[in-house]
Design a protein around this ligand. Structure first.
Ligand code: MTE
Length: 303
């Protein structure tokens, strides 16, 4: 047994310890990250499974969550007292069997498993995060979508009392996002309940957030209260704020630049003072799994 001093018992230490255990006994838990000293070459994009996990302290202190402010440290500094119980999620719209589930019911009905995914932000940085979650399709199948259900709309909580950012017209509140039904049904698309083997921190979108690993991070709405199946393509808060900058699809695509940021490379958060930039890969490296969803589509037009 490795003994930790109290001060050293961080979620990450516990987690690393568990991974060592997993390595030693030859079990597999998704991919194992051995590379401590990665040398990224300028041209070749490293495979996602060769990237190191981002440290817990970066994942939980460098956030985008405009309900709590637009600064990267605003979410951790301002969300500590945010109330995530009681919390109900309504799944309705074009479905045979609408449901209202408490977060406790969701946690019991849909056990979370670990998924290590890279989150690629449109601002040009990325993190590799061991999420805990379950496929969104499990919840969607429970409500039996009708044949009219072509898209899924996600709505985050509206609570300006608790969320100071919502007192200002920064975005069209509440935060809204959307997916096409086949994207939502894809097995890679998960609802997240935790990370690093722990309950999801408030600043990362507790108690329930979306994670779509082949799309830019902003598609992954936090603190979801409504999942609505709809016939028409929903307008997301970002599309409404700036339609030239944010399209509906928002697939990670190094060949289509955002008007303000090149998407060719990304900065890997937490890799030293001068974080290395690595080439960005199409669909954030998940092309083998998802490219077929867009066969024949012009992804420059449908950005
Ligand atoms: N969800 C809500 N409700 N509000 C937000 O401001 N920001 C998005 C997304 N989900 C956001 C949100 C953006 S821009 C990114 S990059 C990711 O959350 C960041 O997730 P993280 O803080 O867990 O890394």
């Amino acid at each position: 047994m490795i003994k930790f001093k109290n001060s050293e018992i961080t979620p990450e230490n516990i987690y690393k310890n568990r991974r060592n255990f997993i390595k030693k006994f030859g079990l597999t838990a998704g991919s194992i990250f051995l590379s401590q000293n990665l040398n990224f070459s300028a041209n070749a994009a490293p495979k996602n499974e060769d990237l190191k996990l981002t440290e817990y302290r970066y994942i939980t202190t460098y956030n985008n969550y405009y309900e709590f402010g637009t600064g990267k440290s605003d979410p951790v500094e301002r969300s500590e007292k945010f109330k995530t119980t009681p919390w109900d999620i309504i799944i309705d719209g074009e479905v045979e069997n609408p449901l209202k589930l408490s977060i406790e019911e969701i946690n019991t009905m849909f056990p979370s498993e670990e998924r290590i995914y890279k989150l690629r932000c449109v601002e040009g940085w990325s993190m590799v995060i061991p999420w805990l979650g379950f496929p969104l399709n499990k919840i969607l199948n429970k409500v039996s979508p009708t044949s009219k259900a072509k898209f899924v709309k996600f709505v985050s909580i509206l609570d300006p009392e608790q969320m100071i950012g919502q007192r200002f017209p920064i975005l069209d509140w509440p935060y809204k996002e959307g997916l096409r039904i086949d994207e939502a049904m894809h097995d890679l698309t998960i609802l997240v309940t935790g990370l690093y083997g722990k309950k999801l921190p408030n600043q990362n979108g507790s108690p329930l957030r979306l994670m779509v690993p082949w799309k830019y991070g902003f598609k992954s709405a936090k603190a979801i209260v409504n999942i609505k199946l709809v016939e028409k393509m929903p307008t997301s808060s970002w599309m409404k704020a700036s339609p030239k900058e944010y399209g509906f699809y928002s697939n990670v695509n190094p060949t289509v630049d955002h008007p303000r940021w090149s998407q060719a490379t990304e900065r890997v958060i937490g890799e030293g003072i001068i974080s290395p930039r690595i080439p960005t890969t199409m669909f954030n490296g998940y092309g083998d799994e998802v490219a077929s969803l867009y066969a024949g589509m012009d992804l420059k037009k449908y950005f």
